[in-house]
Design a protein around this ligand. Structure first.
Ligand SMILES: Nc1ncnc2c1ncn2[C@@H]1O[C@H](COP(=O)(O)OP(=O)(O)OP(=O)(O)O)[C@@H](O)[C@H]1O
Length: 314
């Protein structure tokens, strides 16, 4: 568990982060979302002390991080950034092994861990272990970045726009791989993103920031269905898909499919509320019925596809 207590960062008197108090629950993904310059990255980096707070405290499992040497602190905190930061002259295996090597793990154990992690992030160890970063696609490099951050099995993972530099397809693939991995590992993850879709899909909770302060903190469906302020409503409303969804009945976006085992909604429900249900149930698909008759399946991708289409145009 990570707790921020009245955390502040000022640069030349100007607040980058202002009186921020927030708890990131253990084993959950919290998405730090907000417009450019609102203080997301500054907040993230104050957790692993790449940036020192001007005032306030960060507690990691109850311990004030100021009482721990930064390099010791960071061994328990995985860190993934957008430009990956792999060492170009080292192989993939050597990159992933950086922290275990530093910790003096015995060679067999390191090799085993590297293969296990490459497997986990969907890269065949025999093929990728010996490659250099220059031989990888953006998506593959990002997977190696995630494997490296997980190498010493840190309980906490900080991710700063980890999928931001990827094309939409690679990004979607990696987001879905991340969800699968997280379901298994249950790390405490703080994920910085300015992408509303990513925050809603990956966050168990969303912390929406505005000008260095917290605008709303809650599960994704709560932000969508009960925005705490005009800022929250407007920020989420800037997302074309979300804006449009309110005008589509769920039935209109439903397609044939196997509804067995899926949570069920009524086809008359508007699509924005259906999205709320999906987020609450943690599912990508819903069974849709109307007056007791099964209509089919409503999928996340079809909801997103409703973006920029006026209501009534299925
Ligand atoms: N080293 C610095 N010196 C002075 N001001 C800074 C410094 N780092 C950040 N800031 C300011 O602090 C504010 C918050 O920056 P931060 O990088 O945390 O925002 P962000 O929400 O992560 O933005 P983005 O999504 O654009 O990366 C911004 O106004 C920024 O200009």
């Amino acid at each position: 568990m990570i707790e921020l207590e009245h955390l502040e960062k000022r640069y030349a008197g100007a607040h980058a982060v202002r009186d921020l108090s927030l708890t990131f629950p253990e084993g959950e993904v919290t998405a730090l979302l907000g417009p450019s310059g609102c203080g997301k990255t500054t907040t993230l980096r104050m957790i692993n002390r790449l940036i020192e707070p001007t005032s306030g405290r960060v507690l990691l499992n109850g311990q004030d991080t100021q009482t721990v040497r930064p390099e010791v602190l960071r061994r328990g905190i995985g860190y993934v950034i957008q430009q990956v930061g792999l060492f170009p002259h080292l192989t993939v295996a050597q990159n992933v092994a950086t922290v275990p090597d530093l910790l003096g793990w015995e060679r067999g154990r390191v090799a085993h861990r590297v293969d296990e992690l490459l497997d986990l992030v969907g890269l065949d160890p025999a093929t990728y272990r010996v490659k250099r970063p220059g031989e990888l696609s953006g998506g593959q490099a990002q997977r190696v970045g995630v494997a490296r951050a997980l190498a010493a099995d840190p309980p906490v993972l900080l991710m700063d726009e980890p999928f931001g530099a990827l094309d939409p397809l690679a990004r979607a693939r990696l987001q879905s791989a991340f969800r699968t991995i997280q379901r298994r590992l249950r790390k405490t993850v703080v994920l910085v993103t300015h992408d509303i879709d990513e925050a809603l899909r990956l966050g168990d909770r969303v912390a929406l920031m505005n000008a260095g302060t917290l605008a709303q903190f809650g599960p994704p469906d709560e932000l969508i269905l009960r925005p705490a302020s005009p800022f929250v409503a407007q920020f989420l409303g800037e997302d074309a898909a979300l804006r449009q969804l309110a005008g589509h009945p769920a039935a209109e976006l439903t397609r044939p499919g196997n509804p067995s085992g899926l949570p069920t909604i009524e086809g008359t429900l508007d699509a924005r509320s259906a999205l709320g249900v999906m987020l609450r149930e943690g599912t990508d698909a819903l069974a849709v019925t109307q007056a007791g008759v099964a209509l089919g399946v409503l999928r996340w991708s079809d909801l997103r596809g409703a973006a920029s289409r006026p209501p009534g145009e299925a």
